[in-house]
Design a protein around this ligand. Structure first.
Ligand code: AMP
Ligand code: MG
Length: 356
């Protein structure tokens, strides 16, 4: 039977304890509660209850092979879900928690294997959001929570985005306003000999290197490829809009703007509607074009770009464009996470030396 989805509005700064009590009770009853974190909205369930965890996978249409992140209220709860807490985990926790860093550690047997897709590791973090922390603390259990969207879609940064994807599939949405970071957490594997970023996110590579020195990134991730793989399935298409998305990974602004103009003209002459996902610096060069525009921030302010990224993609989707042309924001700082998400959402990438 499908649940009726309730939405409760809650203050981001001062979460009302009576609303938190309702949500915590739902968690303890094995229900699904979407809640804001500083990154994106999460779809939470009691991580220690296998039936509740199974509901997450079915509500999202998420394949069982895709492991979930467990959210804790404090680093002192790590021994409840991990077998051991290496000194480096404590160091990173001290520096970055609460915050958008997920650590992959060895899984405690109390955590159902389904949370980790059968792996003997577990991904954990302490989120930096008063609503998330109050919910975890009051329910008293670790909360497994992937992003609160249908599998493969863009992650939700507002309660409305959650509603669009999951109404009628989950029990409760806590609406605490838009999420401040806007992209998911950085996933760092501490079980490999050298700490390895499995997914870039809200904590930058540079910030991690400053604390722990050597950090690897996954060789096979879309980050390290200029072009999509021959088989798009291997790219792990994800975070994707309904429209086709082309990522223009061009360093030279003049050739970027020329290519944007040419592609808009080609596509509109074929009767296609085009949307541009761009920086404010691009606006003077493209604002006369017959295209929908999503200006998501300045090249000098990637925090704003990250915050507006998924909202911009959803906006263009709602304007019913057939094709989204997205600019790249470089690979430094948050640029790495932004590029990762746009790469995964894209079906094609264009670089400076291969202009169409
Ligand atoms: P989501 O919560 O939907 O943003 O996705 C969770 C991310 O964490 C995915 O990229 C997972 O592959 C990753 N993840 C979760 N658990 C593990 C684990 N035990 N080992 C490696 N990656 C993990
Ligand atoms: Mg997700």
């Amino acid at each position: 039977m499908n649940p009726v989805t309730r939405i409760l509005t809650i203050s981001e700064r001062n979460p009302d304890p009576s609303i938190i009590a309702v949500a915590s009770q739902a968690i303890l009853e094995g229900k699904l509660v979407a809640f804001p974190t500083e990154t994106v909205y999460g779809l939470g369930a009691n991580a220690l209850n296998p039936e509740a965890v199974a509901r997450i996978f079915s509500a999202k249409g998420r394949p069982a092979e895709d492991p979930l992140i467990i959210h804790l209220a404090s680093p002192s709860d790590l021994p409840r879900v991990t077998l051991e807490v290496p000194p480096m985990a404590l160091l990173l926790a001290q520096e970055f928690w609460p915050g958008p860093l997920t650590l992959v550690l060895r899984r405690h047997p109390a955590v159902p294997p389904s949370v980790s897709a059968g792996l003997d590791t577990v991904a954990v973090r302490v989120p930096a959001h008063p609503v998330a922390l109050a919910l975890i603390q009051t329910s008293g259990v670790p909360i497994a929570a992937p992003s609160a969207n249908l599998f493969g879609h863009s992650s939700p940064t507002t309660a409305r985005h959650v509603w669009e994807d999951l109404s009628g599939r989950i029990d409760l949405i806590l609406d605490g306003g838009p999420t401040p970071v806007g992209v998911e957490s950085t996933v760092l594997d501490l079980t490999s000999s050298i700490p390895t970023i499995l997914r870039p996110g809200g904590v930058t590579l540079e910030a991690l290197q400053e604390i722990i020195g050597d950090v690897h990134t996954l060789k096979n991730s879309p980050l390290d490829r200029g072009k999509p793989q021959a088989s798009p399935g291997l790219l792990g298409k994800h975070y994707a809009p309904h429209a086709r998305l082309i990522l223009l990974k061009m360093v030279n602004p003049t050739s970027l703007h020329q290519t944007l103009r040419r592609l808009v003209s080609d596509e509109t002459s074929k009767g296609n509607r085009v949307g541009l996902l761009i920086a404010s610096e691009d606006l003077p060069f493209v604002q006369d074009l017959p295209a929908k525009l999503a200006v998501i921030g300045s090249l000098d302010d990637l925090a704003t770009v990250a915050r507006n990224l998924y909202g911009g993609i959803r906006q263009l989707d709602q304007e019913n464009v057939d094709l989204i042309l997205a600019r790249d924001f470089g690979n430094f700082g948050l640029g790495m996470a932004i590029r990762d998400r746009l790469s995964r959402a894209s079906s094609q990438q264009i670089t400076d030396d291969e202009q169409p």
